[in-house]
Design a protein around this ligand. Structure first.
Ligand code: PLP
Length: 424
């Protein structure tokens, strides 16, 4: 039934039924979790051989480097070669570093604030203020970096093609304090959107008032496909160089959701000047990355085809979960007129949109019924969703039966919050 066109009597009857269903849910005393965008144990098992690599005999890289020792600031060349294609960065400009790409992003912003970047007139912290554009809904931890380091955040709406580029171009052309933009260009967190080629071209080409404007290109889901399409996005580094803005993009990625989160390898790719800048600051901070882990990853993944094969196995575990989300949401919320959701072709998340003003209520109803959801507002700067309508669903971690139960409960909460709202 389309609830938005229902009579008051119909809505009241529906509310009574939903309240009964909700009371039954609470009575079950379950504890289910849809917050965690992390791989399930079945996915981690796919990388189990890593735990016995490289073994006691293997400790030299292809060029004879002893990976057990200090040095090799750029990371193991053969691993950088493997990920050059997936991250669309020439291997000589792709650094393989520690275990977390978020850490690299944090360091990059912190170093820009403290020391300035190639093209900076002064360190960002010496500016009157510094702001980043934040496509919304977006990744809460990007916004957390800005909040922590005192970088102002300017939300920009996401469209089906990526950030609203008219708005982005308008803002960056006028305001020299806008120094950066956060981008998750493929299977974006949380909308699943992949940037259209024209969006990437405009980002690479647009005039910016700040001479040291940077795109933080967080390609966290570069190879995390859920369909056979396996699309490639446009090459931001090549496009930026072609438009005379070679130093604009910083590309980030990691094997967190390929092998082991926290025990993987993170990558940074950029122009030669940005790479030199990164290595200069890194050299004060570390005498070299964990090349034993990098060798382990090289031996395990072998080459770009090895990465592709491995990700297909991830897909076999993940795709049924996303299918289940689609099935339950369609069965329970389809045609009600009060909810819409994304059907991602990759990545880790589904975004559920409920009526304005209903996300916080839905999340708290779900919490009381034993289903943990990411706090409403989390995908927005400062945790404030101006419409209070976005809910992020992370289906990767629970088992299929748990996921099914959690989704059924969630839909009752969405309907109850929606009907209460319609009844005023
Ligand atoms: N970037 C995005 C968009 C993510 O969704 C995540 C994890 O959920 C990360 C980065 C974290 O990456 P890492 O584990 O390499 O720090």
């Amino acid at each position: 039934m389309n609830l938005t066109t229902a009579t008051e009597a119909e809505l009241l009857a529906r509310r009574d039924r939903l309240r009964e269903q909700y009371a039954a849910l609470k009575g079950r005393g379950r504890s289910l979790d849809l917050t965690r965008g992390k791989p399930s144990a079945a996915q981690l098992d796919l990388s189990a051989p890593l735990l016995s690599l490289p073994g006691p005999e293997a400790y030299t890289g292809a060029d004879g480097t002893d990976v057990r020792n200090y040095g090799g600031a750029m990371g193991l060349p053969e691993l950088r070669e493997i990920f050059s294609g997936p991250f669309q960065v020439p291997a000589d400009r792709l650094l393989a570093l520690g275990g977390s790409s978020l850490e690299l992003m944090y360091d990059c912003v912190a170093h820009a604030l403290l020391l300035g970047l190639p093209g900076s007139v002064r360190p960002w912290a010496a500016e009157q203020s510094v702001a980043f554009l934040c496509p919304v809904p977006g990744y809460d931890r990007h916004f957390g970096i800005c909040e922590q380091l005192g970088v102002d955040m300017i939300p920009v709406p996401m469209t089906a093609d990526g950030p609203d580029m008219d708005r982005v171009e308008h803002l960056v052309a006028r305001d020299p304090q806008i120094k950066g933009i956060w981008c998750v260009p493929k299977y974006s967190n949380p909308t699943g959107v992949s940037y259209a080629p024209e969006t990437v071209r405009r980002l690479a080409a647009m005039p910016t008032a700040a001479p040291d404007f940077r795109i933080f290109w967080d390609n966290a889901y570069a190879v995390h496909h859920l369909t056979d399409a396996e699309p490639q996005i446009a090459d931001v580094l090549a496009l930026a160089a072609a438009h005379g803005n070679e130093d604009r993009p910083f590309v980030f990625g990691s094997t967190s959701k390929i092998t082991f989160p926290g025990a993987g390898v993170a990558f940074l790719g950029a122009s030669p000047a940005n790479v030199r800048w990164t290595l200069r600051h890194l050299s004060r901070r570390t005498i070299g990355p964990d090349k034993v882990n990098q060798l382990r990853h090289t031996l395990f993944l072998r080459d770009a085809d090895g990465v592709r094969d491995h990700m297909r196995r991830h897909r076999e575990v993940l795709a049924p979960r996303f299918d289940l989300v689609e099935r339950v949401l369609t069965e329970r919320l389809g045609g009600t007129g009060i909810a819409s959701w994304t059907r991602p072709e990759g990545g880790y998340f589904v975004t559920l949109t409920v009526p304005d003003g209903c996300a916080t209520l839905t999340v708290s109803l779900a919490a009381e019924a034993g289903v943990a959801l990411t706090p409403a507002g989390a995908p927005y700067p400062y945790g404030r969703d101006p419409h209070d309508h976005t809910i992020r669903i992370a289906p990767s971690y629970p088992s299929l039966p748990e996921l099914s139960e959690a989704l059924e409960a969630l839909t009752v909460c969405v309907l109850l919050a929606g009907v209460e709202r319609l009844l005023g």
